[in-house]
Design a binder for this molecule. Structure first.
Ligand SMILES: [Zn+2]
Ligand SMILES: [Zn+2]
Length: 116
């Protein structure tokens, strides 16, 4: 875990993490955010969802940024990484199926409860 923690130390914490988290939880949380920031796979996921459904609606609540905000919300949705990071083998890559498109509210709530 020490090597992994060092490798991840450059990732900024832009989310408030709880003080009572154990170290492993912090590392997994950072890895989670790191994977969600992989632009290529996020863009690929959005394209795949758009192609399959014709819109980018939150998988949890159905919120559609374009529907509510018009052009400003076009193409906007966040990607949440659903695969438990503890199940990953070293070097294993994120697949489209490991990502869910979610609105910002649902993403916050999901990550706040994120454990593995
Ligand atoms: Zn939502
Ligand atoms: Zn997430």
């Amino acid at each position: 875990m020490t090597t992994l923690r060092r490798a991840l130390s450059h990732i900024e914490d832009d989310e408030t993490t709880t003080q009572d988290s154990v170290n492993e939880g912090q590392v997994l949380y950072k890895l989670h955010k790191y994977r969600e920031r992989n632009r290529k796979i996020v863009e690929d996921k959005k394209k795949a969802v758009m192609k399959a459904t014709g819109r980018l609606a939150c998988e949890v609540c159905g919120f559609d940024f374009f529907q509510t905000y018009g052009p400003l919300g076009a193409d906007f949705i966040e990607c949440h990484h659903t695969k438990p990071l503890a199940t990953y083998k070293a070097g294993e890559k994120t697949k489209l199926a490991d990502l869910a498109v979610v609105c910002s509210n649902c993403h916050r709530m999901t990550d706040a409860r994120f454990i593995s």
